[in-house]
Ligand binder design. Sequence first.
Ligand SMILES: Cc1cc2nc3c(=O)[nH]c(=O)nc-3n(C[C@H](O)[C@H](O)[C@H](O)COP(=O)(O)O)c2cc1C
Length: 172
Amino acid sequence: MEFSTLIAQRYSVRKFTTQPVDPSDLTAILEAARLAPTAVNKQPARILVLEQAESLAKLKSCTPYTFDAPLALIVCYDETAAWVRSFDEHNSGAIDAAIVGCHIMLKVHDMGLGSTWVGHFDPVKLSAEFGLPKSIIPVAIFPIGHPAEDARPAPPHSKRNPLSASVFYEHF
Ligand SMILES: Cc1cc2nc3c(=O)[nH]c(=O)nc-3n(C[C@H](O)[C@H](O)[C@H](O)COP(=O)(O)O)c2cc1C
């Protein structure tokens, strides 16, 4: 899909069919994640793939936003692997993981699948449920599947502030 069309059409899909995601589609999504740029090319993202019914049921105890999707990716980063800025010790892992998340979101849409970035989850419960080591920090959950026939963008999708609300110039 042409890039401008892709970013204009993509929306948070919150209703899915029960059709599983094809393994080759999952591979393509993970490959898009792999190509994401990261600070100092440290590649600290770690992605947990949940496909089994039991795992997806466990996920439901960590967030109300699973939308019964047949697949979920939990994008995390390893805080011991990420670049740390020497000036202020800022750890770049969350930024790197967010860029990976954007690649996932856009690739999913490009393939005719749907997803929503889910940030509302209990990180302590999630880490415990899936046995994440202490250094693996979950950033976002992506429920992924085939959009239901009646899936539609929620109202916020069409509400974007004008550029003047976010862009400013040095000569203001
Ligand atoms: C960091 C982040 C966290 C989000 N968390 C959630 C969430 O927990 N549950 C949810 O339904 N949507 C969540 N969203 C989706 C936003 O609500 C959505 O992107 C926004 O309303 C714009 O709609 P659109 O994606 O359809 O364009 C999140 C999006 C981002 C970027």
